[in-house]
Write a protein that binds this ligand. Sequence first.
Ligand code: NDP
Length: 496
Amino acid sequence: MTDLERKHDRTPVPKEWTYAPAPESREVVSLDDRYGHYVGGKWLEPSETYTTISPATEEPLAEVGQATPEEVEAAVVAARDAFENGWSGISAAERAKYLFRIARILQERSREFAVLESLNGGKPIKESRDVDLPLAAAHFFYYAGWADKLEYAFPNRRPRPVGVAGQIIPWNFPLLMLSWKIAPALAAGNTVVLKPAETTPLSALLFADVLRQAELPPGVVNIVTGDGRTGAALVKSEDVDKIAFTGSTDVGKAIQRELAGTGKKLTLELGGKAANIIFDDAALDQAVEGIVNGIYFNQGHVCCAGSRLLVQESIYEPVVEKLKRRLTTLRVGDPLDKNTDVGAINSAQQLEKIRELVESGEQEGAEIYQPPCRLPEKGYWFVPTVFTNVAQSYRIAQEEIFGPVLSVLTFRTPEEAVEKANNTPYGLSAGVWTEKGSRILWMAERLRAGVVWANTFNRFDPSSPFGGYKESGFGREGGRHGLEPYLRFDNGPSHG
Ligand code: NDP
């Protein structure tokens, strides 16, 4: 026996060990029992309310308003008033100052916001803390920089604000989507009425306090909470000049129908079914991390999630084996625990949708793999799942699941990879893993996706435009492009 073996013999090495709990403190967040709508810089008492909960525990967190059409109209009137009587008239450099202030306050209060985002939405605290909050602040910083440079961004086109923007956001990145929408709108000189998603209103309501701290003039940003009826009322409001919507393709289509012929500007950021394509020359360990990040980040509640894995046939076995092994190390549980990788599903309704689609995958003949995993008893949870033996026609390969569920398909040649990747009604994002730069460019030219990531996935930057093709919507958010939908031009063409 060698010395090393003898030593191992004597040293008790535990076979299994787990991380000790590392919960983030909830003390940094103080919630009111009841919230109204933030209209004209004041809290408007709501006529109806509902209870918002924590999806990880089903614990009620607060009562929030369910805005009626009249309450939505009050917010639109406040936004119009602020637009006509002040905001559109102040200097662009002054507007920038407010945006810089908001960005700095978000940074200062980032821990409080991160905890609240995880509490109300179910996402792991390490994601809220390290992704949502830094990016939200970065968007305000970025667009603050553009506010007084619009003439340079659009030379010879005389950019002007459009007026009142109605903005409807989903529940997967509540504060980040708020920033994607509010920052460019204000930089361009508009005023806003924002409706957060029914299940995740709290960070938007806390954001109202940031606006107060930043001394933003009353009415420039108004926040009305409620379900789809509130969103529909905002779309219908006659005095709104532009609607920006992020959410499901079905609701996006309904909004487009509603606005047809009204002359209102519209941008839609809808669903996706992204292909994450792994070639046999890719660095496999990094690619597996990219696959995991692509689909299990934020429980797969990501419009650009890499939910279809396309693996070159020659490396199918090692990739699937590495992936399954990696899945056993994902920690699913308390979103407020700093060691958690996969948090709670956002709502009972979304959990039901995931379950239904997963069942369809099994029935259609795909092979399911789920790592051993003990889920909390209360709350909404779903084990990270991989499907192999998936045919392109299966619902799990076609429909957006919006959960931690990956479908694995294979390809032989780059042409076949492109054909399969583009075989979807969506076109939001795609990933390519290969060591050849020329192949990355060849693929990027052919993939019908708004964003193509190379040897990485789910990377965002405020300076980079984001948006889709086909049923993933139209218009771009982020970058200089993200200003355009909030502007009209006295000179030259107007888009979006
Ligand atoms: P929705 O499209 O219903 O929700 C997005 C936002 O629109 C929410 O604020 C919602 O309010 C609001 N809304 C709902 N109905 C209307 C309407 N008729 N007019 C105006 N606004 C409306 O998405 P769901 O939350 O129902 O999720 C369903 C599916 O959509 C998911 O499973 C996923 O596949 C996809 N989705 C895609 C997202 C993306 O980023 N592309 C984000 C969210 C969902 P309320 O929350 O009260 O319903």
